[in-house]
Ligand binder design. Structure first.
Ligand code: HCB
Length: 217
C-alpha cells in the first residue's frame, strides 16, 4: 500500500506532472508518511530516473524541466513538515548555502537547506548562479560557521574552488568550513580543492555539518 504511493510519486516526476506530485505530497502528510521517506523513496527516485534517461538520450531538456518543476512542487509541500521537526532545537551555527556560478540546479541544495534548518542550523540560501564573492561576503556578514557549495555540472564544479579562494581573499578561510556537494562531486574532488567537508545527500550533509562545527552527537 505504502509502496503504491511511492511508485505513484516516482511516476509523477517521470511524467513531469506537478499537480500529481503536489497532491501525492499532501496525501503523504495526511497518511502520516515520514516526509523524508516520501522524498527519498518516492520523488528522488523519479528525478534520478529522469536524469538517467536524459544521460542516455531517452529524455530531453523539456523532460528535465518538467520533472524539476514537479519535484519542486512536491518538496514545497513537504518542506514545512520537515522544517517543523527541528523547530525547538538550539541554533547549531549559521550556514551560507548556494549553487555555484553558471549552475541553476537548485533542488538538491534546497533539500540540504531544509534538512540543515530542521537540524538546528540557521540557513542563508543565496539561490543559484551565485558568484564566489557573494558566498564570501555573506559568510562575513552572518559570521557563518559553514559555507555549503552545490554544483551539478562537471563544467561548474571548479567554481567550488573559486568560492574557497574568495573566502581566502577576505581572510575568512581559517574560520569558515566549506562543505561541497552535488551529483558530480566526490570526496576525492573535495580533498583536491581542500574543502573541509563533502556530503552525498541531504542526510549526510547534516551529519557532516555537525562534524564540522564539532557537534557529532
Ligand atoms: Co540538469 N543535468 N542540466 N537540469 N539535471 C543533470 C545534473 C545531468 C547529470 C543529467 C545527465 O546528463 N545525466 C547533467 C549534468 C552532466 C554533468 O555535467 N556531469 C545535466 C545537464 C547536462 C544539464 C544542462 C546542461 C542541459 C542542457 O541545457 N543541455 C542544463 C544546465 C543548466 C545550468 O545549470 N546552467 C541543465 C538544466 C536542468 C534543469 C534546469 C532542466 C533542471 C534543474 C531544475 C532545478 O533544479 N530547479 C535539471 C535537472 C532536474 C537535472 C537532474 C535530472 C536532476 C537534478 C536533481 O534535482 N537531483 C540531473 C540528473 C541527476 O542529478 N541525476 C540533471 C535530485 C537532487 C535531490 O539531488 O544531487 O542535486 P542532487 O543533490 C543532492 C546531493 O548531491 C547533495 O545533497 C542533495 C540532496 O540529497 N548535495 C549537497 C547537493 N548540493 C550539496 C551541497 C552541499 O554542501 C552538500 C551536499
Amino acid at each position: 500500500m505504502v509502496d503504491d504511493i511511492y511508485q505513484a510519486m516516482v511516476t509523477s516526476i517521470t511524467d513531469g506532472d506537478s499537480e500529481a506530485a503536489e497532491a501525492l505530497a499532501r496525501r503523504a502528510i495526511a497518511e502520516g508518511i515520514d516526509p523524508l521517506d516520501a522524498i527519498n523513496k518516492g520523488f528522488v527516485v523519479g528525478i534520478q530516473q529522469v536524469g538517467e534517461a536524459f544521460g542516455c538520450g531517452q529524455a530531453f531538456l523539456p523532460d528535465l524541466v518538467l520533472a524539476g518543476e514537479a519535484m519542486k512542487a512536491a518538496v514545497a509541500v513537504l518542506d514545512p513538515e520537515l522544517a517543523s521537526r527541528g523547530q525547538q532545537r538550539e541554533t547549531a551555527g549559521d550556514v551560507v548555502l548556494g549553487t555555484v556560478k553558471g549552475d541553476i540546479h537548485d533542488i538538491g541544495k534546497m533539500l540540504v537547506g531544509t534538512m540543515l534548518s530542521a537540524s538546528g542550523f540557521q540557513v542563508h540560501d543565496l539561490g543559484v548562479d551565485v558568484p564566489p564573492e557573494r558566498f564570501a561576503h555573506k559568510a562575513r556578514e552572518v559570521n557563518a560557521a559553514i559555507v555549503g557549495v552545490s554544483a551539478l555540472l562537471s563544467t561548474t564544479m571548479s567554481n567550488q574552488r573559486l568560492v574557497i579562494e574568495a573566502l581566502d581573499d577576505l581572510g575568512l578561510r581559517s574560520q569558515v568550513k566549506v562543505m561541497v556537494g552535488g551529483a558530480p562531486v566526490t570526496r576525492t574532488w573535495a580533498e583536491t580543492i581542500e574543502a573541509d567537508g563533502f556530503a552525498e545527500d541531504a542526510i549526510r550533509a547534516v551529519v557532516e555539518a555537525r562534524r564540522l562545527v564539532g557537534r557529532n552527537a
